[in-house]
Each structure stands twice: as C-alpha cells, then as structure tokens.
Design a protein around this ligand. Structure first.
Ligand code: GLY
Length: 393
C-alpha cells in the first residue's frame, strides 16, 4: 500500500470511529487512541525475535507467560501470516522482512500427514506471502501441502479425516474447522492446474453440508463416520460445552468455510448455508450486544462465561466476504460492529504488556481449561484479515 492509500485508510477508520458510540453504550476509544494502541501492538509483533524452533501462540497474562509452539502445532502458520498482513496494511517493509524470516517456520508441515491442519499451517503463512509477491518456492510448498492433505481423503466417506487421536472413541472424525483447510486445496488447484485438489475440496464441502448442520443451521463440532460404509456414527464435540451445544468458533469456521468455498465454486448451496449459519449467530439471544460471543452459545454460565474474540474476528472477516457476494448490508453492519467493538481498551491488549499479540479475550479450549480469556495468535490473524477486507470493499 502506498503512503496516500495508507493515510486514506487511517482516515476512513477515523471517520468510522469518531462517529461511533456503540448501541449498548459501550464507549469505544477515539480513532487516534485506538490507532495508537494498535501501533504499539504491531511494533511488538515486528520486534519479536525470530525463533526457528517455536512460535508465539498465546499468553497467560497473570503469569506473564507466552506459550510457544513448534511447527507441528495447528497454529504455526499464523504469526508469519500476521506479519504479511501488517505489511499489506501499513506498507512498512520492516514487516515484510520479518514475514519473510518467519514464513519458513511451518514449511516442513507441508509433508506432515498427521492431521488435517496442514491447511492452516501452510496456507496462512505461504498463502499470505503469495498475496504480496510471486514466489515459486511458496507455490511449491502450497502444492506439496495440498498433496499431503489429499492423502487424508477417503472416497467412501467423501471427506478428509481431521484427527488421528482418540481412536478408541472415533473411527473417522471430521470437524467443522476442516472447512478452512479447503482453501489450500482450491488455491493449489489453481497454481498447479491439478483438478484433483479442487474435486476433493468440493466432495469434502458437500459431505459437510449434508451432515454437519442442525435444523436451526448451527453446526456440530465433530461428525464421526464409519469408514467401511460412509455412514454417520456420532454427532459430537471436543471443544464445545456438550454434543448439543453451539461452540462459537465452530459457527464462525462454518460461515467462513462455506463463503470461501463459494468463492471458488459459485455453488449456491454453499452461500445459502453460510447465510443461514450467519443468521443463527447474529440473531442469537445469547449474543452480547457488542457482537463478541461467549465461547459457546449454550454455556449455562452465560452471562458469567468467557468470551471468544477469535470467533468474532473469524466471523467479521467472513461477513466482509459474504457482503461482497450478497450486498446484504446486514453483514457489513455486523462486521463493522465487531471491528468497532474491538477498537477499544477493553479488547486491545494493554500497551504495558510486552507480547506479540493484538487482542485479548479469546478462548482456545474451554473443556480442557486451556487458553481461557487470553490473547491468541489466530484471533489477531482474522482481525487483520478483516481490516484488509474492509479496506478492499
Ligand atoms: N482448529 C482448532 C480450533 O479452532 O481450536
């Protein structure tokens, strides 16, 4: 982005935020206050030292501990992706230099057949790099990752197997999050000309469409299949409150995943599902006025329950794309509301905290008591993506 565009972008947000006081009377910060806070956060991300063994994933603020993970963790591509997006957002080449250093961190995951997460790990780093400039090594890594992901596809089930653990409980688990990995396949198909990747992505999306949703258009987290027959064995959860509850991030993965799949296929059934699940989310009686959901819409502890900012940022980014296809102003208004809410001291991590994260108050895995109400790298990734999508509208 050149300097003039950057100034226009900041001005645009300044107009948006100076006019805003959200409907529930939560006073958001002025544009310059929140931009100052954000700039501090962005600088800390750039200055975070490159480490070829571990990536900052989340932080426990009370103990001032940054959780660092190796490349096999499902989140390992997000930090590089954040730096690429910061470069696109600000035009500052220092972010690009850091992004180039961090991107190879998850490269070896392109041949790791151990889980479906190869999409997150590879595409969120290498795919973001390709949005900035052509790079044949990045292209080959994406194609290799797609080839690896396809080894987890089963014709009988018509879906990619998500996980290999809990074999005593599940035969062939497919989780809603897996929709996000299809972007790797769709893009690899375009880069390589190999239709197989596209076709597998479509089969996976169709199977998910058929089995993963309830009548009210919320979705289950995990569907377990019988690989011998392809029949559904169980509709269940790992990260939700219980099997029949509505895990907030799962709903956001669904809306994002089907909107993205519509981008590559123009299949109306996909956008219909994205709209139906978005409606469930946006009109839910348990959604707080500020648009940031509790981690599960059916947690009995609501309103004394943890929020999940990551579900909100994924949803905001998805809704900007959905708005682009439908021109339904409700999606634009809702995404704007989320972004406006997040531009506040309540949600932007305090500037005294020296850590490479932007937003506080995400919930990673409530049933495991892990990463509750914390800054998490993927919430930042979809926040930055939402800002870029808003700019592009
Ligand atoms: N994909 C794992 C999660 O959303 O927590």
């Amino acid at each position: 982005m050149n300097k003039v565009n950057h100034i226009l972008f900041i001005l645009g947000f300044a107009l948006l935020f100076s006019a805003c006081k959200s409907k529930n009377n939560v006073q958001t910060n002025s544009a310059s206050d929140s931009n100052n806070l954000l700039e501090t956060r962005y600088r800390m991300m750039m200055e975070y030292p490159v480490d070829s063994m571990s990536m900052p994933r989340s932080m426990t603020i009370k103990s001032n501990l940054i959780k660092k993970v190796p490349s096999r963790d499902w989140t390992s591509g997000f930090f590089a992706g954040n730096l690429w997006q910061l470069y696109r957002l600000t035009g500052n080449s220092d972010y690009k230099k850091q992004a180039e250093k961090w991107t190879p961190f998850s490269k070896k995951e392109s041949v790791n057949r151990g889980s479906h997460d190869v999409g997150f790990k590879v595409f969120c780093a290498f795919g973001e790099g390709l949005k900035v400039e052509k790079n044949s090594d990045y292209e080959q890594t994406i194609i290799k990752g797609a080839e690896t992901l396809c080894t987890r596809f089963d014709e009988k089930v018509g879906a990619i197997r998500s996980w290999d653990f809990n074999k005593e409980i599940w035969d062939y688990p497919v989780i809603i999050d897996n929709m996000m990995n299809l972007e790797l396949l769709f893009e690899a198909s375009k880069l390589s000309g190999n239709k197989k990747y596209h076709d597998i992505a479509v089969q996976h999306a169709n199977t998910t469409l058929k089995n993963q949703f309830r009548k009210d258009n919320s979705c289950y987290h995990v569907i377990d299949y019988n690989p011998a027959t392809g029949a559904v064995r169980k509709k269940t959860t790992l990260q939700g409150y219980n099997d029949d509850s509505v895990w907030a991030r799962g709903q956001a993965w669904a809306v994002y995943g089907f909107t993205m799949s519509y981008r590559y296929t123009k299949d109306k059934a996909y956008i219909d599902q994205a709209e139906a699940t978005a409606a469930f989310f946006m009109t839910n009686k348990n959604l707080p006025e500020d648009g940031i959901p509790y981690w599960d819409f059916k947690d009995p502890a609501i309103p004394d329950s943890a929020r999940d900012v990551s579900a909100a940022t994924i949803m905001a980014s998805a809704l900007y794309e959905l708005y682009g296809y439908t021109k339904n102003e409700r999606y634009l208004a809702f995404a704007d509301k989320i972004i406006r809410t997040l531009h506040s001291e309540k949600y932007i991590l305090n500037k005294e905290i020296n850590a490479p994260f932007i937003l506080d108050h995400s919930t990673g895995n409530w049933p495991k008591h892990d990463e509750i109400d914390e800054p998490i790298v993927y919430a930042d990734y979809y926040f930055l993506e939402a800002l870029l999508r808003k700019k592009d509208l």
